[in-house]
Design a protein around this ligand. Structure first.
Ligand SMILES: [Zn+2]
Length: 276
């Protein structure tokens, strides 16, 4: 599964398809090449959270952490922590405040992961260790199962449910996936211009530690649905914050149109969907 020719072909196909994908905000009518607008366009969970003013309270802009994880400076193992994986199907329920149209979108995102991987979901509010999907402020989730919590929240406000792959992104966090641009090996693929990051959000570009997170043997994916956009949290939106070392991939970053082959591979590896 890791190194066959088929994988290479599919990755190439992925790359070709990603080239044809253009974020709706590019090219910009704004001041600079990378500007996505003087008025912030809410194209992903990070923009929505920034607009709502909750980014600075969340790890990497959309990840909730327990007090214990905060004490450990966010370096809690997730994919290396077996307890953070769910026994499938993942039990979840909708909070009574969650609107019906949002539920449809969440179920659509769940179906997406279930069709592409062996991950399944079951509505069950009584089981100890479940995900409570509610309408909070912004789009955020814990990463992986929080085994100490009877019910762990996943917030999706109305703006979040406008985007199928923002919902899929948050579900991927709940299942245990971290951000792609935060991978322990990311410095080989991207560089961060910290001089252009919003001063309150520098920590959003933290890198994970290879001792606590596991890249599952997969290669870096610029087009991952778990990757920030190149101008995420830019002070000056006319230039990037994230530079792709391979320039031809720079416009692939920030994709929220669909999960890529690599995203699906990571989920399959995380849940040992061998032969699925
Ligand atoms: Zn995220």
């Amino acid at each position: 599964m890791h190194s066959c020719g088929l994988l290479t072909i599919m990755l190439l196909a992925d790359a070709v398809e990603m080239f044809s994908w253009q974020p709706k905000t590019f090219p910009s009518k704004g001041k600079g090449r990378y500007s996505y607008s003087s008025t912030l366009l809410r194209r992903n969970e990070q923009d929505i959270n920034f607009f709502k003013g909750v980014s600075q309270f969340l790890y990497q802009g959309d990840i909730a952490m327990t007090a214990e994880q905060v004490r450990q400076r966010g370096r809690r193992a997730v994919t290396r922590d077996r307890r953070a994986k769910w026994s499938l199907p993942l039990p979840y329920y909708f909070d009574s405040n969650f609107p019906p149209q949002g539920r449809e979108r969440v179920l659509e995102a769940m179906r997406y992961w279930s069709e592409k991987t062996c991950v399944t979901f079951r509505e069950d509010r009584r089981q100890r260790g479940n995900v409570r999907i509610f309408q909070g402020s912004g789009c955020w989730s814990y990463v992986g199962r929080q085994y100490r919590l009877f019910s762990q929240p996943l917030s999706l406000d109305v703006s979040c449910t406008h985007h199928l792959f923002v919902v899929a992104h948050e579900l991927a966090h709940a299942l245990g996936l971290y951000h792609e641009h935060a991978r322990s090996d990311r410095d080989r693929y991207i560089s961060i211009d910290y001089s252009n990051t919003n001063a309150n959000l520098t920590f959003a570009f933290n890198k994970e530690d290879s001792s606590t997170t596991d890249n599952l043997g997969t290669s870096y994916e610029y087009g991952s649905v778990m990757h920030y956009a190149l101008d995420q949290f830019a002070r000056d939106a006319s230039r990037p914050v994230i530079y792709a070392k391979d320039r031809k991939y720079e416009r692939s970053m920030g994709n929220r149109m669909r999960a890529t082959f690599q995203d699906i591979l990571q989920m399959n590896l995380l849940y040992n969907c061998n032969g699925w």
